[in-house]
Write a protein that binds this ligand. Sequence first.
Ligand code: G3I
Length: 318
Amino acid sequence: GQTLKAAANRNGKYFGAALNEGNLNDATYNQIGRTEFDYLTHENSMKWEAIHPSQNTYSYTNADRLISFAETNGLKIRGHTLVWHSQLPSWVANGQWTRQTLTAAIQDHVTTIVGRYKGRIAQYDVVNEIFNEDGTARDSVFSRTFGGLNEFVTIAFNAARAADPAAILCINDYNLDYTGAKATAMVNLVRTLKSQGVPIDCIGSQAHLIVGQISSTFEAALRSFAALNVDVAITELDIRTNTPASSSALQTQASDYTRVTKACVDIPRCIGITVWGITDKYSWIPGVFSGQGAALPWDDNYNKKPAYNGILAGFPAG
Ligand code: G3I
């Protein structure tokens, strides 16, 4: 039958999902995960606090459950994420760092993980969410210690490239869904660093969207990234609404999913789309946006929502 990955592949794209190893023993989740998608992202278990909880301890058990699921079932992997201010263990976030010692810590972290999975993880979010909404540098232990973004981003990308020259290296952020200060800051940083030889291959746009509210400049923002001669990936797509969702909201959601899918199809440098989960049952949204959710293609009971066919409709038939 029809699947999301088959529809995407016919158009030269992939279709992925964020998965949680803790849910793999849910049989329906497991079955949808291995049949509908050809890419996966660890929802949490490759983040710094999960995989490198203390300076001399790496902890791969949870991450490896999804790696092995992927390898058994023929999915590729987006490694999420190497350097991020959030879900950062306190030994990093509250460490007493100098430029030199934090450089060494970033290099150790990136080299160890990317080296361990060399040839097995196709794509990485090397740095995640480094900008404020106004385009300035987000405050973090990294931006504070290095006095800005350029230096630590350069260190992280160089270390990742050296550890696995074949991996596609991305810079990833949210609210890149419209033109404006944040998208412009992304364009400017990537242009500058690429001109200095920093190996940035791809810009990831998370795309945590709201039903009925996709900007008229959604496509233009993606095109502004592709114009830098990098790949573009939609990395964390979900489209939330108030819950319980009305049937008209679910119809609008379906056309919103069609629009996002079509945007990727229409941009040659867009390599694929990842949805941030499978089922509304396990989505992060209700826990963060009270009264909202219903953002994914499958509902709480694993019924396909109109959104599922909305995605298929965005991929030309044939
Ligand atoms: O692991 C602990 C568990 O031991 C504890 O009992 C439980 C109680 O709250 O918390 C568990 O940790 C939770 C973790 O997910 C693992 O389930 C955290 O509280 C919770 O905050 C964390 O949320 C994740 C969030 O990132 C953290 O920032 C979400 O699942 C995950 O979907 C979300 O994903 C992010 C992307 O990485 C980056 N872009 C935005 C996106 C959505 O926020």
